[in-house]
Design a protein around this ligand. Structure first.
Ligand code: UDP
Length: 371
């Protein structure tokens, strides 16, 4: 019997973390032929994740060689992926989330009239420029999609509001929990400089910031961090800095040298998951971290104006604080001083699933093609 050919297209670290559990499930299924295309949008950071999970792409587009613009990235993926689609003729193309890779991958498949499966479908802020350009990427990809894999009921409602047919939406949880369970089961070496940060007695605030729409306000976030470091002598800040040079410039002009502020290169996923586990709480504008931290029972202050992870806010595991210096200081003080408040963040269960999302997605795909 002819195998079902499923092509997965990813290019960034978060896509890798969240799609590798699906790619592994596809590769282990005897009824499926898996084809994995890496666009190379975040080459170094994705390569770290691929090495960690021992996954090798079938195609590597290496699109970032000549420092392309966003427009060039999308155009190159469209052109190069279309050639691969013509050669491989997959039955379905899977994309994830809301990146340039997602947008171009879905469009290339749509142009060949190949069904698109969208993983992490239905996330919405309904604000065109927040996050930018991700919100619009995911809305557009939703139009190309045939199978929408929504993490939560809220995400499903968002899709229904956009007139997506109910029988094309599957609420399956988020594969980030599958990845976190997998990575947590590993026992790997942690670099000595990180080990010494994890093992010291300070309470750790883990900080990550990279959202494009936040760049003008990052200074306000860092001011808050600076204030906290001066006020509390029992805390440390661990800050793996995104590779975006604009973020790096703002960091170097806003955060003073301090032995309790650890400015680090992006950490590989295993090490980062260990730092999350050892942190007291997290301040971030990241999407994925908002889903992982509740599973690890870590409070998250979300340094963004809006979040599409509204169920995390409703469950009380995330607090939307924006980028205002005072607001970040006030919430951080409460988390540092009030243990009752601290524990109120994880009274409810993690809204993002049970770690079986990849199996559910693969089974939906098989059912779709067998019926
Ligand atoms: N992450 C990582 N190393 C780091 C920072 C983040 O492995 O130094 C992981 C994190 O655990 C999460 C993902 O990268 O799974 C989130 O990526 P990012 O914040 O860049 O993107 P977003 O989720 O906002 O799209």
């Amino acid at each position: 019997m002819k195998k079902l050919k499923v092509m997965s297209v990813i290019g960034t670290r978060p896509e890798g973390i969240k799609m590798i559990p699906i790619i592994k499930t596809l590769q282990n299924d005897p009824m499926i032929e898996s084809v994995f295309v890496n666009t190379g949008q975040h080459k170094d950071q994705l390569d770290q994740v691929l090495n960690l999970f021992s996954i090798i792409p079938d195609y590597d587009l290496e699109i970032m060689k000549n420092k392309p613009s966003l427009e060039q990235i999308i155009a190159t993926i469209l052109i190069e992926l279309s050639k691969i689609l013509d050669k491989e003729k997959p039955d379905i193309v899977l994309v994830h989330g809301d990146t340039a890779t997602t947008l171009a991958g879905a469009q290339a498949a749509f142009f060949r009239q190949i069904p698109v499966g969208h993983v992490e479908a239905g996330l919405r802020t309904f604000e065109k420029y927040s996050p930018f350009p991700e919100e619009m990427n995911r809305q557009v990809v939703g139009k190309y999609t045939t199978l929408h894999f929504a993490a939560t009921e809220t995400n499903k409602l968002n899709l229904l509001a956009e007139m997506v047919k109910e029988d094309e939406i599957f609420v399956v949880g988020n594969t980030v929990i599958d990845a976190l369970i997998d990575v947590s089961s590993k026992q790997l070496e942690i670099p000595a400089h990180i080990r010494s940060i994890i093992d010291n007695p300070y309470r750790t605030i883990l900080l990550t910031t990279h959202r494009r729409e936040n760049l003008d306000e990052l200074n306000d976030v860092y001011k808050a961090v600076n204030h906290l470091i001066k006020e509390y002598n029992d805390i440390q800040i661990v800050f793996p800095i995104h590779r975006n040079p604009v973020v790096r410039n703002i960091v170097s002009s806003s955060l003073p040298k301090n032995p309790r502020i650890h400015l680090l290169e992006p950490l590989d996923y295993y090490v980062f998951s260990q730092v999350m586990k050892h942190s007291h709480f997290i301040i971030t504008d990241s999407g994925g971290i908002q889903e992982e931290a509740p599973a690890l029972k870590k409070p998250v202050l979300v340094a963004r104006k809006s979040t599409e992870r509204i169920e995390g806010v409703e469950a009380g595991t995330l607090k939307l604080v924006g980028t205002n210096t005072e607001a970040i200081i006030k919430e951080s003080q409460k988390l540092l001083d009030d243990s009752g408040y601290y524990h109120s963040f994880f009274q409810n269960k993690n809204p993002y699933g049970d770690g079986k999302t990849s199996e559910k997605i693969v089974s939906v795909i098989k059912n779709y093609f067998s019926s």
